[in-house]
Design a protein around this ligand. Structure first.
Ligand SMILES: CC(C)(COP(=O)(O)OP(=O)(O)OC[C@H]1O[C@@H](n2cnc3c(N)ncnc32)[C@H](O)[C@@H]1OP(=O)(O)O)[C@@H](O)C(=O)NCCC(=O)NCCS
Length: 208
């Protein structure tokens, strides 16, 4: 089983702890990455990302076959942000602002202070620590500026990369929904993970 690793040396790039209220999009910078708002000009890059079956094959849905699907996604992400429902970042390198992945919250429950995180990255960037760096910045933002107490994630038990990343970041598995969904003729078990704010804080304290 993958062990939790040392958190990024300097995850917080926050200059403020002011509660996030959707008034200004929260751009985040890390050592190598620039996490920014998704804009209509990203449609081609999103199509490139989501037309790759290897990226979408677990729980993102069928690979895109038309640019209009990426354009629709940009619109729905933008509408959800404007309606204060959803927050999703484009992941870009600081040296080249082209979208290479996405990370964000599929929901944000303001009563119980919990949200559900999702992420995907272009295959030619896998295994360079990019998503770990991006998610670390997003977790830091979520636990400080969104006041989340619990961040949930779920993934197919076949998705070794996603399971490995979540475990690496200190997420705990809480259960498995057996044969929860059908994709490509196979029933997938869904592994349910969560990370609590106090666990995240403890991990930071341990490694700092
Ligand atoms: C999951 C995904 C975002 C990981 O992105 P990534 O940038 O390659 O991951 P990182 O390089 O930051 O990996 C960080 C850690 O996660 C774990 N990990 C990443 N890929 C892994 C793999 N293929 N197998 C096992 N563990 C893996 C490792 O612990 C890794 O640390 P290490 O490289 O020091 O061993 C990427 O594989 C992806 O986009 N997959 C398709 C989309 C997807 O499945 N999204 C999740 C849907 S629930």
């Amino acid at each position: 089983m993958t062990q939790m690793k040392t958190p990024e040396p300097n995850p917080p790039n926050q200059t403020t702890t002011k509660p996030f209220d959707f008034s200004t999009f929260p751009t985040l910078n890390t050592q190598r990455l620039h996490l920014r708002q998704i804009v209509p000009g990203d449609a081609h890059a999103i199509f490139k990302l989501r037309s790759d079956y290897e990226v979408t094959k677990y729980n993102i849905g069928p690979a895109y076959t038309r640019l209009s699907q990426a354009q629709r996604l940009v619109k729905s992400v933008s509408d959800a942000y404007n309606n204060h429902r959803e927050l999703r970042w484009a992941i870009a390198l600081r040296t080249d602002l082209t979208l290479i992945g996405m990370v964000g919250f599929n929901y944000w429950d303001r009563i119980d202070n919990r949200g559900s995180i999702g992420f995907d990255l272009r295959r030619d960037y896998w295994r360079r620590g990019i998503m770990r760096e991006a998610v670390t910045a997003v977790l830091d933002f979520a636990f400080t500026r969104m006041a989340l107490n619990r961040i949930e994630a779920d993934t197919s038990s076949h998705n070794a990369a996603s399971v490995g990343l979540l475990q690496n970041l200190g997420f705990q598995q809480e259960g498995i929904q057996r044969e929860q969904y059908l994709e490509d003729g196979i029933y997938h078990d869904l592994r349910l993970f969560a990370l609590l704010k106090r666990e995240w804080q403890k991990n930071l304290d341990t490694f700092n």
